[in-house]
Write a protein that binds this ligand. Structure first.
Ligand code: ZN
Length: 264
């Protein structure tokens, strides 16, 4: 297998994987969605809420705030030495106290320890007017996307098979006329092939082919070469997210391997 990083930003990555199979890339995609743990607010104690929003709505909004997660420092609460009571190994606590005119932002959540400060600090929670108040305390714990969507840190992980577009050489003039009518940023003709300028725009190109009943252009997808892309909500960097997910997948394969060896 060959892996090439095409784009790597703090919250976004595009990776080209060759000599692979779609089921493998899909397994990685599903691990990212449902198995990669992250912190999310799970308990909210409201001391005072005179804002226009109900306690439940405020709590729901807090649950969706991305919290920077360092998996090397945290344990799942139900597997922790505290036996589920909640301790610094499994629980991160924040307080929030705001009164008077203005917006309450995610960044107003004050962590018990500075290292857990919220980095996505401009997410509005509620607007306060006049003398309105919001005073609360929250607990964030590790969870997985398969338990609740608030524990899903990866957005829109997807893969596309790399594509070759070929045409009937005897119809080169028709191909040229067809391509000239298309939007400028879609494709270009290079030698005996048509190249997509952006692989994500393949469905648009296909829709033009369908619309005009073109029979001299053929599209071939290669299932051994895929472009895998995803974004994170800010709980992890894109790099950490893929490395942690790969680790989880590797463990699952080795667990499966061990179980199969025990078969008689
Ligand atoms: Zn604990």
């Amino acid at each position: 297998m060959k892996v090439e990083v095409k784009e790597l930003k703090p919250n976004k990555a595009v990776i080209k994987i060759e000599d692979t199979k779609p089921y493998f890339v899909n397994a990685l995609r599903r691990i990212m969605l449902s198995e990669l743990p992250k912190l999310a607010i799970d308990d909210v104690i409201i001391y005072d809420n005179t804002s226009a929003l109900f306690d439940e709505i405020v709590s729901h909004r807090l649950g969706l705030v991305p919290i920077p997660t360092d998996l090397s420092l945290l344990a799942f609460r139900d597997q922790c030495v505290c036996k589920g009571k909640g301790c610094p190994n499994c629980t991160v606590r924040y307080t929030l106290s705001k009164e008077g005119e203005g917006t309450v932002f995610s960044g107003d959540l004050q962590p018990a320890e500075k290292s857990w400060a919220i980095t996505e600090d401009k997410i509005p929670i509620v607007e306060l007017y006049g003398e309105q108040r919001l005073i609360l305390e929250v607990e964030a714990i590790l969870g997985r996307g398969r338990d609740h969507a608030k524990w899903q840190s990866i957005q829109a992980p997807s893969y596309r098979m790399l594509t070759t577009i070929e045409f009937d050489k005897k119809r080169a003039n028709d191909v040229k006329a067809f391509v000239e009518k298309l939007p400028k940023d879609l494709v270009e003709i290079k030698g005996e092939k048509i190249l997509l300028k952006d692989i994500k725009k393949l469905p648009i190109f296909e829709s033009y082919i369908d619309k005009e009943n073109i029979d001299f252009i053929s599209i071939r997808r290669d299932p051994t070469k895929v472009l895998f892309s995803f974004e994170t909500d800010g709980s992890f960097s894109a790099k950490d997210a893929i490395l942690e997910s790969a680790k989880i997948l590797e463990n699952k394969y080795s667990e499966m391997g061990k179980l199969l060896k025990n078969l008689k």
